[in-house]
Design a protein around this ligand. Sequence first.
Ligand code: UD1
Length: 354
Amino acid sequence: MKILSVVGARPQFVKLAPIAHECARRGVEHVIAHTGQHYDPLLSDVFFSELEIPAPDVHLGVGSGSHGQQTGAMLAAMDEVLTEHRPDWVLVYGDTNSTLAGAVSAAKLHVPIAHLEAGLRSFNRRMPEEINRVLTDHAADLLLAPTQVAAGHLAGEGLAERTVVVGDVMTDVLLATRAAVGDARPAALAEEGLDDGGFYLATIHRAESTDDPERLRAIVASLAGLDAPVLLLAHPRLVAKAEAAGIDLSVGSLRTRTPLGYRDLVAVADRARGVVTDSGGLQKEAFLLRTPCTTVRTETEWVETVELGWNVLVEPGDALLAAATRPRPADTDATPYGDGDAAARVLDALTAPR
Ligand code: UD1
């Protein structure tokens, strides 16, 4: 059994970690292909070292570009990788351009495709991620759904027979990381003079948030107006777009820094009064840590976080300020994202007789 994982962007490295470890535990051959979509050490290398992921076997070095340029370059390079390695499964993760390229290349070369995090839907076709995940699901042979809601979406699209609910691998890695971090306090908090429970954690990076200068200005103004310091972990895309639009990321409550590695991110999110974000992963991480989350988007794929009261979707402005400062929601012991054993279920599904 040989599995080839295709990854390229920050959240995929996090999801790769428990899969790589489970493959090693079972003696399953695992080839890692890194497309190079993310190349800054703070968006890539730090995850491999902290989460003890083996170095990629293949690095395509594709880098940034328009969607077509980036996806096309990956697609061209993947053909060669798959022809050389001929895996039993190509495993693609989530919804980035790297996911789509891995899936299309494998489909054309008749290599079986498994899609991890299958079935998530925002129903917003203007999001590049929505296009990527819908196309990937329909190209895949095995749909590894994180939740019952995701499996329901797949069933609605006629894909029930290829679907297995495995839980969410991010739960695996988050629970393990929180246990490993223990009481250690990230240096960033002391450096910024932030007390536990006395600050907000914010990340903003999606095209819908950053690429319209007026919307970005409104989001930044809302964050700057919050009633406690806001640790804003700035993705390079946010920094570039803010600079181009003449938006200052150091005003009011904002304390802007470069992104953190995964261990520090988990520890900071755990100690924050609240999270304000447009990231998919962080909404769920906040829920798992029981830190109230405010999401600057019109819809979410992680509907369970909203239904359970731990996440609120808002527009920038008064709604954002009101949601971020709302009272703490009622506690819950619901586990819609599994118990931390999703990677084992993924490997069970991949190694089951076909
Ligand atoms: C990508 C994913 C998004 C995911 C996010 C996680 C797509 C369509 N989007 O968005 O779903 O949530 O990763 O972070 O695949 N840049 C750097 N250094 C890097 C990488 C990017 O400076 O290492 C800058 C470049 O200016 C680049 C921009 O960020 O043009 C956007 O990068 P890109 O990979 O296209 O998309 P992300 O916004 O990171």
